[in-house]
Design a protein around this ligand. Structure first.
Ligand code: FAD
Ligand code: SIN
Length: 485
């Protein structure tokens, strides 16, 4: 197998595959995927893609994104996301992608929390991510190497030359002129999450080992409506679009308590809804439910076929049956710090995009359905930067090393870490619990452990340290006992 390419793309979600779509045919690129291509968060995305409907709506989309981000967004990144959004999505539609339309062929836009208007495009009802992923895979013109885990970046004197991978029980190096990290978020660090099993912060850990800066790592988003009462590792998300279209959150007495916290009730930003659910459940000891009974049964099955089917499989007949819900980890606003072209300061020829990256576009709390859009927009930027700058490059060969990736006992530590992150660095934070968590993570890092658990520990430590450094509640970072939630 050849081992030198123009471009290596790490990850087969929207960020990685859309970069591939935007690169020209003549470029020699390779996509790496840790598992099957579809085992990524993109594939499981439900609600849709937020996009300004017209020029007038760009201003509103910017305002909504900034407001949800709690004043912590990078305004240039937000302006770019919202103003480029329509062009990029129009181009995707011209490529042949079909979003849901009415019977006259007009695009259907739905509502989600904290959007001041209906601007969420969706596809295949509630299977937007799956439809996008299938389409991007069909369009993929470059080879893809499955079951291939990147275990290191090949960096020398501030230049990236490729990656170390583990594939089919072998470790080897793959070289490229440009490397794009599109490896997604950090879901598997938490006991309860909605993410694909491949999403475990490997690249965050690798970057930390190379001294590459992460940003906003305390900003971790917890989705308010998740069915967590199952043994599945990935917990079933109940899309925000359900609330956008009339679903209510009630306690076991039928009380719609969200209005006690924010006048927007079910349509408040998701950090507020998650924090309110947590607070109300703690104070009243009552169970919390999603009430979908305002939906017409036949309409529900057509509009939300995947949720209908998945919940039926576990004994819930929607929309008639109330579903017990809890917040669960969902999305990382923080990540590898990049500029607006996806470039990573201090390391030439290395980019990060999508959920793994942090341009500051989501601030302290991501507005619903802005993530797929981020993947589309910033991958377009990265692809054009690569096209502009791809030239000759000297070759540097890196030796293999004998680092053990996995050791006995790592699995136990992995589960312990998940519990710590959920309980002590989760939806509600307290300084003393964060400190306790930090101490234990530091202890674990000193043990004889495999490299892969080490990467998870480094990323977890970054989250905890950032949470400790932020003194007051802001957006998704909520400190117990502070007045404002
Ligand atoms: P991903 O799609 O997660 O892809 C990451 C890729 O990197 C995977 O292929 C993985 O295998 C690979 N990878 C990881 N580590 C390595 C490694 N070490 N080596 C090699 N490969 C690696 N956002 C919206 O905007 N709208 C929605 O409706 C929406 N719904 C969601 C529903 C769910 C259940 C979830 C979990 C998320 C949802 N999100 C939604 C968020 C959104 O789906 C993700 O943020 C987005 O898809 C991330 O895309 P990505 O390409 O950055 O990463
Ligand atoms: C959802 O459908 O609720 C998820 C939307 C998102 O994460 O943006």
């Amino acid at each position: 197998m050849k081992n030198y390419y123009d471009v290596i793309i790490i990850g087969s979600g929207v960020a990685g595959l859309h970069t591939a779509l935007k690169l020209s045919q003549g470029i020699d690129a390779l996509v790496l995927s840790k598992d099957y291509a579809w085992e990524c968060n993109t594939f499981y995305a439900q609600g849709g893609v937020a996009v300004a409907k017209d020029t007038a709506d760009v201003t509103l989309h910017v305002a909504d994104t900034l407001a949800a981000g709690a004043g912590h967004c990078d305004e240039d990144a937000v302006n770019l996301l919202c103003s480029m959004g329509k062009t990029v999505i129009d181009s995707f539609i011209q490529e042949g992608f079909v979003f849901d339309t009415d019977s006259d062929g007009n695009l259907l836009y739905t509502q989600e929390a904290a959007h001041s208007t209906n601007r969420i495009l969706h596809a295949s009802g509630d299977a937007t991510g799956r439809a996008i992923h299938h389409f991007l895979m069909e369009k993929l013109k470059f080879p893809i190497l499955y079951n291939t885990q990147v275990t290191d970046l090949l960096i020398d004197e501030g230049v990236c030359y490729g990656v170390k991978v583990y594939h089919a029980n072998k470790k080897f190096n793959l070289y490229a002129k440009k490397v794009v990290i599109a490896s997604g978020g950090v879901g598997s660090l938490y006991a309860y999450h909605t993410n694909a099993r491949t999403i475990s912060a490997d690249m965050h850990g690798i970057c930390l080992r190379h001294g590459i800066a992460l940003r906003d790592m305390e900003m971790m988003q917890f989705h308010p409506t998740v069915f967590v009462k199952s043994d599945a590792v990935r917990k079933q998300l109940l899309s925000e679009a359900l609330r956008g279209e009339g679903a209510m959150i009630v306690d076991s007495d039928g009380k719609r308590f969200l209005f006690d916290y924010d006048s927007r009730g079910e349509l408040s930003p998701r950090n507020l809804v998650s924090q309110a659910i947590f607070d109300h459940a703690q104070k009243t000891k009552k169970e919390i439910f999603l009430d979908l009974r305002s939906f017409d049964c036949e309409h529900f099955k057509k509009r939300f076929p995947s949720i209908y089917f998945n919940m039926k499989n576990v004994g819930y007949d929607l929309p008639q049956t109330l579903v017990p819900i809890s917040p669960a980890f969902h999305y990382a606003m923080g990540g590898i710090k990049t500029d607006l072209d996806g470039k990573i300061a201090g390391v030439a020829d290395l980019y990060a995009i999508g959920e793994v990256a942090c341009t500051g576009v989501h601030g302290a709390n991501r507005l619903a359905s802005n993530s797929l859009l981020e993947g589309f927009v910033f991958s377009t930027r990265v692809a054009s930067n690569i096209e502009e700058t791809l030239g000759d490059k000297k070759r540097v060969v890196f030796a293999q090393n004998n680092e053990k990736l996995i050791r006995d006992g790592d699995k136990l530590l992995k589960n312990e870490l998940r519990a710590i992150m959920w309980q002590d660095a989760g939806i509600v934070r307290e300084k003393k619990r964060l400190k306790k968590a930090l101490n234990r993570v530091e202890e674990m890092l000193e043990l004889q452990i495999g490299k892969l658990i080490g990467l998870r520990l480094l990323a977890s430590r970054a989250i905890i340290q950032s949470a400790l450094a932020r003194e007051h509640s802001l957006g998704a970072h909520y400190i117990l006992g502070e007045e404002k939630i």
